[in-house]
Design a protein around this ligand. Sequence first.
Ligand SMILES: *[C@@H]1O[C@H](CO)[C@@H](O)[C@H](O)[C@H]1NC(C)=O
Ligand SMILES: *[C@@H]1O[C@H](CO)[C@@H](O)[C@H](O)[C@H]1NC(C)=O
Ligand SMILES: *[C@@H]1O[C@H](CO)[C@@H](O)[C@H](O)[C@H]1NC(C)=O
Ligand SMILES: *[C@@H]1O[C@H](CO)[C@@H](O)[C@H](O)[C@H]1NC(C)=O
Ligand SMILES: *[C@@H]1O[C@H](CO)[C@@H](O)[C@H](O)[C@H]1NC(C)=O
Length: 738
Amino acid sequence: MHPLLLSLSVLWLLPLALTLEEDSPLDCVPRKFILYHGVNAHLFHEDGVFNYSTMLLREDLDLLVLGAREAVYALDLNDISKKRASVKWRVTAKQKSECQNKGKDPELECKNYIRILHTMEDKRMFVCGTNAFDPECDYMSYSDGKLILEDKREDGKGKCPFDPAQRYASIMDDDNLYSATSMNFLGSEPVLMRSSPISIRTEFKSSWLNEPSFVSMAQMPESENNEDGDDDKVYLFFSEKAVECDCYNKLVVSRVARVCKGDLGGQRTLQKKWTSFLKARMDCPVLESQLPYIIQDTYLWCDPQQHWRNCLFYAIFTPQSDTSDLSAVCVFRVSDISRVFAEGKYKTPVPVETSFVKWVMYSGDIPVPRPGACINNEARKAGITQTLDLPDRTLQFVKDRPLMDQVIQPIGEKPLLVRRGATFTRIIVNQMQAADGEKYHVMFIGTEDGTLLKAVNYDGEMFIIEEIKLFQSQDPIKILKFSNVTRQLYAGSDSGAAQIPLASCERSSSCMDCVLARDPYCGWDKRLGKCVALSESQRELIQSVKEGNGSLCSNAGPIKPTNQSIWPGGNVKLSCPKPSNLAKTSWERDNRPLTPSERLQLLEDGLLILNASLSDAGRYRCLSVEHSKTDKYTTTVAEYQLTLGPAGSGKGGHIVFPQARRNGPSVTGLQVVVALLVISLLVLLAWNFYKGHLPLPWKCGKKNKQSQGSCEEEGVNSAAHYQGAQKPALAEDKFLVS
Ligand SMILES: *[C@@H]1O[C@H](CO)[C@@H](O)[C@H](O)[C@H]1NC(C)=O
Ligand SMILES: *[C@@H]1O[C@H](CO)[C@@H](O)[C@H](O)[C@H]1NC(C)=O
Ligand SMILES: *[C@@H]1O[C@H](CO)[C@@H](O)[C@H](O)[C@H]1NC(C)=O
Ligand SMILES: *[C@@H]1O[C@H](CO)[C@@H](O)[C@H](O)[C@H]1NC(C)=O
Ligand SMILES: *[C@@H]1O[C@H](CO)[C@@H](O)[C@H](O)[C@H]1NC(C)=O
């Protein structure tokens, strides 16, 4: 077989190999998987309408404004299944045929996808749609229970994308729209633009934006109590083809760019263009990866009580190539980003013999005022009070060299979370003060499969509390929002929108389950005998988020056994669902461990007794052993008193018909197939390790015999691995630079 084919088949088989190792005590498996029907979500969708991917929270109106294809909805913020109003915004037949004549798909692309929804100072809304590849914007108001488009259409070029499949970003500040999108039909003129009385935008130069994919935008009040008299900033996150790299044709890198809000452009040079556009590369160093990971979404988290410098950007990264199914979260300090722009060195292009241009660190003189800096006290002292006064030397410098030399590293220089499986798409972070008084950052991560992960990092140990399937279909999560007022999460996908609370503590029915969930929002109320939300209880609750200390729960009383009787020769299944993905179940008969046999089969969710005989009568107990950070905890999940005789069936178990489960040829056949698969997998793995096609085993699926093998330890291991892995990465950097 061709080596590539072989390694491809190994990659295909790897998930299988990892599921075989499922019993590892504490890996990055979500503790619980909540199926669609178990989620107490409010859902919204309307027949025939798709692409619910734009959201605006109007807490002042108690509304969630939801943008979909050709429609905008005003939904009750407390229960989005209640529609308050809606308005259609369809393309005209003429627009559709023009779009079709330009070669676009009339049913998919030549529609009006609502892409921009913002609130204006006067509380009206600003809304834009792709409008059959001819973007338009309008104003919208909500009054008397109606959504009204005001029909004050304006050109949406540079504000809203032409192409509904293209990524974009925008924010509204003081009625100025900052937008990052493409300005033309072909999508070949990317811009970061401010639409104000005088519009300011980026240059059309590959050194400014090079086939970018825009991700998100955020503003930072950096002028607040600033002793340098600095200006407020707008940050833009995106990925683009690296100009500074000549080693790969199409190497894509992650970037952060920023502009100053007070920027008015230059007088002669950079007229009506940003004089403060600077960008830098961002890195999220995932173990084993040679190619940089690509940024997909960010969430700005700021503590209202603290200085803006302490704000954090939580960012999602996914691999550049399809050969890996890892996703990562990296966290960046705003102060680290800001410092690179304020003090860092620049990169400069130098021509080399071939037609190439190489980008190297600029080591010459830097003009004053500093290129790309906002107007600050120092500039004002020199008589420069606005960007129009900036000297040409400074402007020419930044026009030619908008790229910083330094790469911005995440906190700890490594990801906070790496996970194999469904690709991450969106992230939200919420801070919760747990019962121990500490504040934890809880991450809610949307995936390509339409699930939502809830994860917390406890002192370096990554813990995924649960994975929730929000939608019946597997559509990717396209947007995630959090309302500080309702304390609810809102998610949108192509098929609909969903609303869920930050926690559903009542899903845990026992103290042990409630404590081992390590959910900072939930605690066990001894008096009520219930797992309840911290915010809704005045009492002291049992909670142990850092350790998952189950000893805090007093022993649950003995479980009342279920009577189960069975005919001799009959079959029965005694049910015992696993309380969590981190637990293992085992069975006892009359207080002695049960040894499985042909006739006594251990299933995922119970025990199967075939061809019962008198010797099978007795007391059956199903135990669950769950490893937590510090210890392992055993609980009784179910108990059965099995008697042989004619008295009908009991409650817990159920009689299985003899023909339903036999050691017939089908089972044997399956076993042979599985055995063959496993053997071929082992051969392939061995061959690939030998050939070095496959890196060393992955961090979060590994078993560790001696210790508990927690994610935390794996994290430390991976850091050590990373030291080794850093060398090639550095070599690559040199490639980029020298
Ligand atoms: C819109 O939704 C449809 C139906 O799910 C999907 O096929 C299409 O890719 C979506 N388009 C965009 C631009 O998201
Ligand atoms: C959240 O809302 C409360 C009032 O409900 C407000 O005091 C607080 O500042 C808000 N926090 C953020 C981060 O917006
Ligand atoms: C767990 O809780 C028990 C009971 O309060 C306590 O004795 C024990 O030290 C705790 N274990 C850890 C590791 O904190
Ligand atoms: C089970 O049977 C015993 C007698 O064998 C009886 O005392 C007990 O109440 C029964 N339990 C239930 C739940 O029916
Ligand atoms: C069931 O068990 C009895 C002995 O207890 C045995 O004689 C009989 O062959 C078994 N039946 C099957 C179908 O295995």
